[in-house]
Write a protein that binds this ligand. Structure first.
Ligand code: ADP
Ligand code: MG
Length: 270
């Protein structure tokens, strides 16, 4: 690649006991681009996200975000470095409102912090007002302006997924990782998710890496597609390269994708 490199992951590896979940994976993301990571269940896609967001430490390899080494950072430090994510299994505070969910995610960016809150300083009050304004704006951006005061747990499934995206955006990332954003969605919700992903890039200028099973979505939004199978990168390229790639066809069809996607996804570690 010759463009402006934002994420540069090289030779990443992680084993769990005898199983190598991510095996020598290299992946690059240019600023402003949308990259999809696809592959059958168990291919190592979520583990790849976990390795670059500080949930697991890789056994080997490097991950640079805009030149900052992510390996060894805690998840909050990774977020502060400009990398945000959503989870395959929705993680919201069900008993808090939509607005509060976004505010909690954003609070790590408020400077006055504990002492400001304690003494109700002017700086704190100003920051709090602007935090609410920013969070409301993010809810509007993802199409949840009308639902700001609804409890997260009462939102429809597609709305919860969008709220998760708003939360991730609240940390003002350079790069957003989405783990199966359309999972469990109906066709209309999937269309909305697709439009939202494109707007995150076009209106916010944020690059996106997407783990996704919906091939129509993948093929229409991606600048670049990386295919994993049994932890290894078996192919990468544009939509046309991937659609016709023999190894990809074999991974999906040769071993029966129906059987493999029918099994429930393993829970990712917290
Ligand atoms: N914490 C863990 N402990 C043991 N095995 C794990 C752990 N996390 C993931 N795995 C295994 O690593 C492999 C890849 O899993 P995962 O990254 O979730 O795949 P994908 O997201 O592509 O479906 C699977 O075989 C899974 O069971
Ligand atoms: Mg997964």
């Amino acid at each position: 690649m010759t463009g402006d490199l934002l994420l540069d992951v090289a030779s990443l590896r992680k084993s769990f006991g005898g199983l190598t979940a991510v095996d020598d994976v290299t992946l690059q993301v240019e600023r402003g681009s949308i990259v999809s990571v696809i592959g059958p269940n168990g291919a190592g896609k979520t583990t790849f996200f976990n390795l670059i967001t500080g949930i697991y430490r890789p056994d080997l390899g490097t991950a640079l975000l805009d030149g900052v080494d992510l390996v060894g950072l805690r998840p909050d430090q990774v977020a502060a470095a400009g990398l945000a994510r959503t989870f395959q299994n929705i993680r919201l505070f069900a008993g808090m409102t939509a607005l509060e969910n976004v505010l909690v995610a954003r609070s790590m960016h408020m400077r006055s912090g504990y002492w400001g809150a304690l003494f109700h300083t002017r700086v704190y009050a100003d920051q709090e007002r602007s935090a609410v304004a920013d969070a409301s704006e993010l809810l509007r951006f993802v199409g949840l302006a009308e639902r700001a005061d609804a409890l997260a747990g009462s939102l429809a499934y597609g709305e919860q997924r969008r709220l998760e995206i708003a939360r991730a955006l609240a940390t003002k990332p350079k790069l957003l990782l989405l783990d199966e954003p359309s999972a469990g969605m109906n066709p209309q919700e999937t269309e909305d998710a697709k439009a939202l992903i494109l707007r995150i890039r076009s209106e916010l200028g944020i690059a996106v890496v997407l783990i996704e099973h919906d091939m129509r979505l993948v093929m229409t939004v991606s600048d670049h597609i990386v295919v994993l199978d049994y932890g290894r990168k078996i192919a990468e390229g544009g939509a046309d390269d991937i659609r016709t790639h023999p190894k990809v066809i074999e991974a999906y069809l040769g071993r029966g994708v129906a059987a493999r996607t029918a099994t429930p996804e393993s829970e990712e570690a917290s």
